[in-house]
Design a protein around this ligand. Sequence first.
Ligand SMILES: [Zn+2]
Length: 403
Amino acid sequence: MKRTFIFSCIKILVGVALLMTYCEVLVYYVTQMNCAWPTLNPLNEDKTIAKPIEEPLRIMVITDTHLLGSIDGYWVDKVRREWQMYMAFQTAIKLHKPEVVFVLGDLLDEGQYCSEEEFDYNTKRFYDLFKLPEDIDMYIIVGNHDIGFHYRVTTHLNERFNKAFNATAVQLINIRGNNFVLVNSIALEGDDCFLCKPAEAELVRVEKELKCLQNITCQKSNYSRPILMQHYPLYRKSDEECTDFDAAPYPEIMEPFKEKRECLSKEATTQLMEQINPRLALSGHTHHGCTRKLPHPVKDGVEITIPSFNLRNKNNPNYLLGVFAANNYELTKCEMPKESTIIAIYIFGIVLWVVFINWLKNRRKISYNKLLNKKLPFWYIKRGIQQRKQYLKTFSPHFLEKF
Ligand SMILES: [Zn+2]
């Protein structure tokens, strides 16, 4: 009885270990292996930009990781989501080996509420989960969950985040001829507050720098149209026009956006387009995917909104891989394992394992019964043994009598 119980426990443990190994580790490799770096299409080259001599740059972009805090987060949920993001991110780094990683804000879920101790803990947690080899750089943009919406940002919250994650209101980063402009969307309220005024001044400086690179105002000539990155999407009425595979589900997709809350204001959008004239804009915040044309006055180019990296916010999250040259770029969205798929595999795996164990148990019973019922070849062996016994019973006495 005791032995049977131990064997049953071992069978259950083996089943759980196999299932967890697949659903918590292998599934990330199996899913993300399907994604590869895109190749630059010569037909998309910008003929106004000189052909670069540098190798194209490979970047990875994620957003809205929302590490749970102590107010809204339940610890089981926190542990599970962080494990999922850790596996998806580290698998992506091992498989794709990007040169630079950008994070488009909302790293934390309760950055605007949490105490100093909790903020420090979450900062360390973020760098543990999204750890990178030394040769890969990470650039971080602030989101509303990191310091709060515009009305509740304080100097302390802003400085705390900037110091911990090495962020600033506006940054121009040039990597191998590609200009990335990183902007704090919350600082584009246009009200001359402590956050907005310096950001506006920085934007003017970046605009001048870009014109200088374009050889309009000075003698430098390292210009390529910038890639704009920020947390909020540019102004749009809603996600209704988004037809991407990872767009918001119905009816959420129809909900109108509030300016300065779900997207940038019309004024800030026009201002950014005029000052930066990007070839591409990348954003997060809505937790859903969207691809649309860049608004007026930019004549060409697209804006891509990347969904949340956290499976708590999105059933089918993904991350973006981009190959950038000064005169060209190509992008691809890499899918991560879906929450619904992982749950389905767990249910299917449990059912399969229970059926397998029962089959093993019944197989033994069937074999034994068949043997008894003389339905298997074993019966011939059994009959042979019985006949031999009968022979010995019948003939041994006479055989012994001879001696
Ligand atoms: Zn946000």
